[in-house]
Design a protein around this ligand. Structure first.
Ligand code: ADP
Ligand code: ZN
Length: 207
C-alpha cells in the first residue's frame, strides 16, 4: 500500500501517519524529517537545506526528490509506505509518478486559524520525536514518553508559519486535482482518534 498524506503544517499529518504505521505495518517517510537530517549533516548541501527550512520555504524539488528516492530504496519500503510531506507541489507529484504508483491519498482538512493556534504551541522531543502541545492539559515541558526536555522548532515561529501556510494554499488544489478520485478527505478538527477512525475504515477497504 503506497499512501500519500496531504495536509498543511500543523494539520495533524504526523500524528495520523503514526496511527497508520501502527495498524498497517508500513513505514512513515517524512521528507521534513529526512531533510532535517541532511540539514544537520554539516555539508554545504546541509547548510542550504537548513536555510530553506528555517524560512518556511520549500527545499528545491531536485534535492528533495533525491533524498526521498534514496530512502525508498531501503528494504522496509517493499510492502509500501506512507509519504508524509511529499509531494507538496504538482511538479513533485509528477516526479513521484515516474517512480511509484500511489494507491490512495489522504487529505487532512483544518481551518488555518486553528492550525496557527496549534503550531505556535507545538513542542517536539529531540530524542524520540514525540509531539506535544504547550496548551494541552498536563503539559510539563518534558517528553511524556522519555522525559527529555521539549523544544520548539525554528519554523514554528509566526513568520515561518505564515510562509509555510502560504506555500500550502498555493499548491493544494492542483495536487487534489492531479490525484482525482484517489483522494479521501478527512477533517482533523476533533481528537486524533476521531480523525483516524474514518481513515482506518477507508484503508481496510482499500487493502
Ligand atoms: P510541516 O509539515 O509542519 O511544515 P515538515 O517537517 O513536513 O513540517 O517540513 C518542514 C520543512 O521541510 C518545509 O517547510 C520545507 O522547507 C521542507 N520540506 C519538507 N518536505 C518538503 C517537500 N516535499 N518539498 C520541499 N521541501 C520540503
Ligand atoms: Zn521523547
Amino acid at each position: 500500500m503506497k499512501l500519500v498524506l496531504l495536509g498543511a503544517a500543523g494539520s495533524g499529518k504526523g500524528t495520523l501517519a503514526k496511527k497508520i504505521v501502527a495498524d498497517f505495518n508500513i513505514p512513515q517517510l517524512s521528507t521534513g524529517d529526512l531533510l532535517r537530517e541532511v540539514a544537520k549533516s554539516g555539508t554545504a548541501l546541509g547548510e542550504e537545506v537548513k536555510a530553506y527550512q528555517q524560512s518556511g520555504a520549500l527545499v528545491p524539488d531536485n534535492v528533495t526528490f533525491e533524498v526521498l528516492k534514496d530512502r525508498l530504496k531501503k528494504s522496509d519500503c517493499k510492502n509500501g509506505y506512507i509519504l508524509d510531506g511529499y509531494p507538496r507541489t504538482l511538479n513533485q507529484a509528477k516526479m513521484l509518478a515516474e517512480i511509484a504508483d500511489v494507491d490512495a491519498v489522504i487529505s487532512i482538512e483544518l481551518d488555518f486559524e486553528e492550525i496557527v493556534k496549534r503550531l505556535v504551541s507545538r513542542r517536539n522531543c529531540p530524542n524520540c520525536g514525540e509531539i506535544d502541545n504547550a496548551e494541552y492539559q498536563g503539559y510539563t515541558g518534558f517528553c511524556r514518553k522519555c522525559q527529555t526536555p521539549l523544544f520548539q522548532r525554528d519554523d514554528d515561529k509566526p513568520e515561518a508559519i505564515k510562509a509555510r501556510l502560504e506555500v500550502y494554499k498555493q499548491n493544494i488544489t492542483p495536487l487534489i486535482n492531479f490525484y482525482g478520485d484517489k483522494v479521501f478527505k478527512v477533517s482533523s478538527a476533533g481528537t486524533p482518534d476521531e480523525t483516524y477512525k474514518p481513515v482506518k475504515l477507508f484503508l481496510e477497504r482499500l487493502k
